[in-house]
Ligand binder design. Structure first.
Ligand code: FVH
Length: 290
C-alpha cells in the first residue's frame, strides 16, 4: 500500500489527461505534468501541479509515470527517447491501445527494466472520479497493488491479471457493444425519421426499451457459456421471421439495410445450418473466433 501522497508524473494533457491530473491533485498527490504542446497545464499548475518542459524533466522525479497520450505510436514517440532513464520505474499506460499494441509496449517496457501496467478508461473526462467511472487494468500486479488507492481516484480499478493485453481486449469488446448499440439506435432513428418522427422522440422510447432488453444479457450469456442453446421461446426461426420483416420495412422506409442486414445474415446462417429451433443467442457461434 502507498502513503497518502505519492509523487506521480502524468504525460499527456488532452481532455482525459487533464481530468486525471485534476483527480490526482484533488486526491492530495504531488503531480508533475508534461504535454507536447505547451500551455495546456495552466489550471493544473494553479491547482498545485509542477509543469515539466520535456518528458526527460517530467520523469526525473520519483514515483509512477502515467501516460495518457493519443495512441500506441505517441507512447513510443514520447518514451523511446527517455527509455534508458526509465529503468526500475513503473509505467501506467492509460492511452487507448489495441491488445497487441499493449503487449508490444509491455515487451518494450520489460526490455528496458520498466514495470508496466496497461489500462483502458471506461469513462469520458467529465466522469473521472464520479460514480460510473471505471478503469480496466492488466499487466504488472505489483504496480496495481502498490497504487490501487491512487488509481481509485479515477474510478473503480478493475484488474484482469498479468496479460497486458487483456484490459484492452475487454475495453475494445465493451466499446464494440457500445458502438453497435448506438448504430442500432441510428438505424431505428432513420426508420422513424422517414415518417417525420424526430430522433429526440425516438430516443424517449428507445432508452427504456434498450435498458429493459439489457437485463436479458445474463440469459444470453448462460446459453453461450453452456453451449446448450435449447430454447422454449425466442428461437432463431422466430427471430428470422422478425428480421425478414424488419429488413423489408427498413428497405421500404428508404433506410440502407447494411446494419440490420448483418443481423439477418447471422440468423440466416444459423438457420441454414439447422439450428432454427434454438435460441437467438446462438448467433454467437457465427461470430466467435475459429
Ligand atoms: N476522451 C475520452 O472520452 C476518451 C475516453 C476513453 C479513453 N480515451 C483515451 O484516452 C487517451 C487520451 O484521450 P484525450 O481525450 O485526452 O485525447 P486528446 O484530447 O485528443 O489528447 C491527446 C493527447 O495526446 C497528445 N499527443 C498526441 N500525439 C502525440 C505525440 N505524437 N507525442 C506526444 N503527445 C501526443 C496530445 O498532445 P498535444 O496535441 O496537446 O500536443 C494530447 O495531450 C486516448 O488514448 C483516448 O483514446 C479518452
Amino acid at each position: 500500500m502507498q502513503s497518502t501522497s505519492t509523487p506521480v508524473t502524468l504525460l499527456g494533457l488532452g481532455a482525459m489527461g487533464r481530468a486525471l491530473a485534476a483527480a490526482l491533485i484533488s486526491g492530495g498527490h504531488r503531480v508533475t505534468v508534461w504535454n507536447r504542446t505547451p500551455g495546456r497545464d495552466d489550471e493544473l499548475v494553479a491547482a498545485g501541479a509542477v509543469s515539466a518542459p520535456a518528458p526527460a524533466d517530467a520523469i526525473a522525479g520519483p514515483g509512477p509515470i502515467v501516460a495518457v497520450l493519443l495512441g500506441h505510436a505517441s507512447v513510443h514517440e514520447t518514451l523511446d527517447p527517455v527509455a534508458d532513464k526509465l529503468r526500475g520505474r513503473q509505467l501506467i499506460n492509460l492511452t487507448s491501445t489495441a491488445p497487441d499494441e499493449a503487449r508490444e509496449l509491455a515487451e518494450w517496457a520489460a526490455a528496458h527494466g520498466i514495470d508496466y501496467l496497461d489500462g483502458g478508461i471506461m469513462a469520458v473526462p467529465a466522469m473521472i472520479g464520479q460514480p460510473g467511472s471505471s478503469v480496466l487494468y492488466s499487466g504488472s500486479r505489483s504496480v496495481i497493488d502498490e497504487h490501487r488507492d491512487m488509481l481509485e481516484l479515477f474510478g473503480v480499478a478493475d484488474y484482469f491479471g498479468e496479460d497486458p493485453g487483456l484490459a484492452s481486449l475487454y475495453d475494445f469488446a465493451l466499446l464494440s457493444a457500445m458502438y453497435v448499440m448506438f448504430t442500432g439506435f441510428a438505424h431505428g432513428a432513420a426508420m422513424v425519421a422517414s415518417a417525420g418522427v424526430s430522433a429526440r422522440s425516438f430516443a424517449a422510447r428507445a432508452t427504456p426499451w434498450i435498458q429493459a432488453m439489457a437485463t436479458g444479457l445474463p440469459g444470453h450469456a448462460a446459453f453461450i457459456d453452456s453451449g446448450d442453446y435449447t430454447a422454449e421461446t425466442q428461437s432463431l426461426d422466430f427471430n428470422k421471421s422478425a428480421l425478414d420483416a424488419i429488413t423489408r420495412a427498413s428497405h421500404d422506409a428508404g433506410v440502407p439495410t447494411t446494419i440490420i442486414g448483418q443481423v439477418k445474415a447471422l440468423i440466416d446462417g444459423q438457420v441454414a445450418d439447422g439450428h432454427g429451433p434454438e435460441s437467438f443467442a446462438r448467433i454467437f457461434e457465427g461470430l466467435r473466433a475459429r
